[in-house]
Design a protein around this ligand. Sequence first.
Ligand code: LHQ
Length: 255
Amino acid sequence: VILVDTRAGVRTLTLNRADRLNAANDALLLALTEELKAADADSGVRVVVITGAGRGFCAGQDLGDVSGRDMTFTEHLNRTYNPLIRTIRGLGKPVVTAVNGVAAGAGASLALSGDIRLWAQSASLIEVFSNIALVPDSGSTWFLPRLVGYHRAFELMALAERVNAEEGQRLGLCEHVYPDETFREDVQAYAERLAARPAHTLKLTKQALNAAMTSTLDEALDQEAALQQLAGDHWEHEEGVTAFKARRAPVFVRE
Ligand code: LHQ
């Protein structure tokens, strides 16, 4: 259900249920979470990309896979979606969500959960949950209002309006939009740029930003002071300063 490919320090995890727009079943969600943990533990991986096979990114929960379950909704979320989103946000490496097509429901949450969000021209996002009379889950209620404010988030959720790439970029749901024809190469090139950056520093930066999303200024200043010590003591900092003084480009990738 997940295709795994590694090139130039970039591990690409491709959701592979193309005939259902990569709608998620338990096997896909558990495998994706395991692959993310494996990527985190692999020193050869500097950036993780999550994308979808075929014309969709992820259509959310596979609705053909929910009836006759012996699990409550709460148990289902706590077993599959919530560990996935926590793993992405807690991963010590940048996660790029490469949204190649429609992202709906929990698939929209997944699209928003990346550190960097790249969309193809034909990508779209729908907070589709209310169409089947469910509340937004998998982090959408946390991600979306922080991006677009309470009122626009409520409207998108209440009306399940489809947001196209132009609108998605205007609303701040993605960092860049690329042509469909070159999307996979553009994503790889972007991810390789990220992979050349100082990995330890990016890990600390992600940690600091994550904490600051829910902290006071005082707490953020304390956190910065603590993490700056870890950054300053690392060889990446020494390399950056040495390279600056020598007027050469820093090399942050060491085998
Ligand atoms: C699908 C799906 C799908 C199965 C397309 N399942 N087959 C958490 C916890 C517990 C329970 C429930 O949920 C959750 C979280 C959630 O994610 S709830 C939200 C679940 N997702 C949806 O409600 C989305 C349903 N899909 C759609 O609204 C549309 O398919 C979208 C807007 C995503 C795409 O529309 P189109 O581009 O027009 O494609 P399509 O509708 O023709 O879909 C293509 C095929 O994929 C089709 O199958 P077919 O055999 O006819 O070719 C769809 O049935 C299948 N598919 N989404 N979620």
